[in-house]
Every structure is written in structure tokens, then in C-alpha cells.
Design a protein around this ligand. Structure first.
Ligand code: AMP
Length: 428
């Protein structure tokens, strides 16, 4: 017997109808972003390793979780993307589009994590980025875009956590005071945090290890160290959110998984999910990133939302169910299948979802298949109909009498039977 295979660890096969719910979510995000003036960008699935290393040398994602692509000879020089912001910045540096450059993306990322519910090795994100302006209103626009998207799909238990990590001198002074603080408590920090401290004291704030909790809770916060300029930027962001009626919680110890953030940082947490995997999205400003990748010195801000986790949150809140199938009509042909072949083709071309059975099944078996298909009407062509140049229309749900119409009139008759409530209505 041949070996059987399973999906690789940390990946999932997503079948209908979940797969279609997925596509609908991604399409809705694209529509929401386009409405705000963002245009789609499609980055490659892999990049030079250095692109990711440049943006996050001290992060676990880059140090330990990258999927390296083996070279035929020698060391790996490329990696599957663990996220897409770095690629978007690399694209900007390479193509130098006009600013402000407002883009959105959707697609898979890869991180070699320990898989669990809501944490996978291949996971999808939708996201948006704006390059070329440091106007705090753009920070607000990005946050609002994500926030309204959650609202649009029906999530109500998402909280916005907000922080500013400062920039320039304020940031340097803060890092210094943070380092001094942690140095003073070295003996009470976990070994991992002591290691992290050497490369980036900010990341220690992100430690979820219980032995670090007390020290982290007492650490100085960035907001106390913001420069006048960064303080004004943050104040404007907060005022903007207030003006839009978007509530937020100040989270002075919020640092995000990747190192490149400056000034505004934010995270969206779903109270419908387990605390360990409750982040359904996050983002912030990364004003130095494009320059780090060899591009011009331009400001940037953006976010990424986890598609897998958003759908888990939708399950938990009982919203955004899977779409129905698109088959509206099932063609039953008891002669030789030719009628089904032709009618399905004609209906599909006319924009009506149509399906049929194969393998010369009996009438009874075809009727069963019609029921299973979710179609609302069966078009039946038996010997009699074929001879008379007619078809029979049988409503499958919602009652109604079977009728017979000339074959030439089938489209018009179906349109009137199916009415305006069609599966391809954008509202459905
Ligand atoms: P990040 O790129 O780490 O800022 O993550 C942004 C969002 O992507 C998170 O809030 C999660 O919703 C999602 N995410 C990150 N890593 C994973 C993963 N391994 N599996 C599933 N979702 C993830």
C-alpha cells in the first residue's frame, strides 16, 4: 500500500465552506482598504535573508523562526517571509513610488513556531502600510481602517491597545533608563531575558515568563520619556481616535514582536479568544525601516491582522458565517447528459450558478444530488421534454408548483423564478 501523507506540522488544509469564508474575509478587507485609497501590492513569498535580518536581528521571529531556503551549495541566502512589512519597504526602496504610498496586501507568512490553536507555521495576514508621511493622522487612519474592518465583519469584543515607543533622543534616553533599571534587577530576571537585554532592552518588556512579571511591571515606561515632538505626535493620534469615537487603552509596556517600531504602536486583542493567542492584529510606525533597507529616509506606518485568528474570534462571537454555495440551479438530464452539458454551460454564461450530476445516474439519484447542491430550482430534461423541446422547472425549496416551459425560454423563466435574491448579489 502506498504511504499516506498528512499536512505538515503547523499547517492546515482549509476546505469549504471555511475556505470560502476565508476568501470572503480577505475580499472584504481589500474592499475596505481600497475604499480608503489603498492599492494592492503583491510581494514575493521569499526574500533575501538580509531583508528580514536587517529589520529584526534581535527578535525571535528572525533569529529562531525563519524558514530558510536551502541553496544547492553553501549556506541559505533566502528565507520565506515571516511577515510582509519588510518586503513592502524593500519594494518601496527598489521602485521609489510617489508618496504617500498607500498599499494593502494579503497572503501567507511562515514562522517556525511551536504550533497550537491560533498559532501556526503557515498563517495568513491582511495588512496595510503607508510610506512617505509622518502625519499622525495617518496613524489614526490606519488604526481606524483595522477597527472599522473588525466592526464590518461583526466583531464586537476587540480592544485597541495603544502605546508610543518614541523616536530619536527620547527613545535613546528611555532605552538607557530601561537598561539601567533591568541591570539593577538582573538576579531576578529569567536567563532568556538577561540574554535579550544585551541586544534590546525593549524586548524584555515583551517577556511573558512568569518569573519576569514583577520586574517588568515596575519598569519605567516610554510615555514618561517622550520628547516634546513625539509627545505632540502621540497626543494628536489620541485626539484623532477620540474624534472618531474609537476607544483605546493606553498600554505603556506594549512592545511588539518586531523591533522596527517607532512612535505609535498598537495591538488589537480579542476578548473572545484565550489570552495566550488573543492578538488579532497589530502594527505601528517604523520611520527608519526603508532607510535601513537602502532606500530613502521616509516615514512609514502600518498594520497586519491575523486572518486565522480573526476567523477564530468570529467563531467565538458567532459572527461572519461561511457563505452559501453558489449553485442556484441543478440540471437533471435523464437521456444522455447532453442536455445537462449544454444547459449548464448556457446558464453559467448567463450568470446563473448551475451544476449537474455525472456518470448517467438515475433520476432519483440526480434528485438527491440536486438537494445536496443547495440549488433552488431543478431543471429537468427527460425523454418527453427532449422530444417536445421543453424543460421542466421544479422548485426545490420554498414550495411552488413544477412548470414546463419551451427550452428557448429557460433563462427568462429561471430569472423570474430566482428573482432578485441571487447568490452573486454582493450583499450576500
Ligand atoms: P505580527 O506580524 O507578529 O505583528 O502579527 C500580527 C498578527 O498576525 C497577530 O496579531 C496575529 O493575529 C497574527 N499572527 C502572528 N503570528 C501568527 C501565527 N504563528 N499563527 C497565526 N497567526 C499569527
Amino acid at each position: 500500500m502506498a504511504d499516506t501523507f498528512q499536512a505538515p506540522r503547523g499547517t492546515r488544509d482549509i476546505l469549504a465552506p471555511e475556505s470560502e469564508r476565508w476568501h470572503r474575509l480577505v475580499a472584504l478587507f481589500g474592499e475596505t482598504a481600497r475604499r480608503a485609497g489603498y492599492r494592492a501590492v503583491i510581494p514575493p513569498m521569499f526574500e533575501d535573508l538580509a531583508v528580514f535580518q536587517r529589520v529584526g536581528e534581535s527578535t525571535e521571529v528572525v533569529r529562531k523562526e525563519m524558514f530558510l531556503l536551502a541553496e544547492r551549495e553553501g549556506e541559505a541566502r533566502q528565507a520565506l517571509r515571516p511577515e510582509q512589512t519588510a518586503s513592502v519597504c524593500r519594494i518601496f526602496a527598489q521602485h521609489r513610488p510617489a508618496t504617500p504610498w498607500k498599499v494593502f496586501y494579503a497572503g501567507s507568512n511562515f514562522r517556525y513556531e511551536r504550533p497550537q490553536k491560533g498559532r501556526y507555521r503557515q498563517f495568513d495576514q491582511v495588512g496595510a502600510e503607508v510610506l512617505g508621511t509622518d502625519d499622525p493622522d495617518v496613524d489614526v487612519e490606519c488604526i481606524a481602517l483595522a477597527w472599522r474592518f473588525y466592526q464590518r465583519i461583526g466583531l464586537t469584543r476587540v480592544r485597541l491597545l495603544l502605546n508610543s515607543l518614541g523616536d530619536g533622543e527620547g527613545r535613546a534616553a528611555y532605552l538607557e533608563s530601561l537598561r539601567r533599571y533591568f541591570d539593577g534587577h538582573l538576579d531576578r530576571l529569567s536567563a532568556q531575558s538577561r540574554e535579550t537585554l544585551a541586544t534590546n532592552p525593549l524586548r524584555v518588556l515583551d517577556s511573558k515568563r512568569p518569573e519576569d512579571a514583577e520586574i517588568v511591571a515596575g519598569a519605567p515606561t516610554m510615555v514618561e520619556h517622550l520628547s516634546a515632538e513625539d509627545g505632540a505626535h502621540f497626543a494628536r493620534v489620541r485626539a484623532g481616535l477620540d474624534a472618531l469615537g474609537i476607544s483605546y487603552e493606553l498600554a505603556p509596556r506594549l512592545v511588539r514582536g518586531l523591533d522596527y517600531y517607532t512612535r505609535t504602536t498598537f495591538e488589537f486583542a480579542s476578548d473572545a479568544l484565550d489570552a495566550a493567542q488573543n492578538a488579532v492584529g497589530g502594527g505601528g510606525r517604523y520611520d527608519g525601516l526603508v532607510a535601513d533597507l537602502g532606500g530613502p529616509s521616509v516615514a512609514g506606518v502600518g498594520f497586519a491582522l491575523g486572518v486565522d485568528r480573526i476567523l477564530l474570534a468570529c467563531d467565538a462571537e458567532g459572527v461572519f458565517g461561511p457563505p452559501e454555495g453558489a449553485v442556484e440551479v441543478f440540471v437533471i438530464s435523464t437521456v444522455d447528459g447532453t442536455d445537462a452539458l449544454e444547459l449548464c454551460d448556457a446558464l453559467r454564461s448567463a450568470g446563473i450558478g448551475a451544476d449537474r450530476a455525472f456518470d448517467g445516474r438515475s433520476m432519483k439519484s440526480q434528485m438527491k444530488a440536486a438537494d445536496r447542491s443547495g440549488a433552488r430550482v431543478a431543471v429537468i430534461v427527460g425523454e418527453d421534454e427532449r422530444r417536445a423541446g421543453q424543460v421542466s422547472l421544479r422548485p426545490l425549496r420554498g414550495g411552488g408548483e413544477q412548470s414546463t416551459v419551451p427550452r428557448a425560454d429557460v433563462l427568462a423563466a429561471l430569472r423570474s423564478l430566482l428573482g432578485g435574491d441571487r447568490a452573486d448579489d454582493p450583499g450576500r
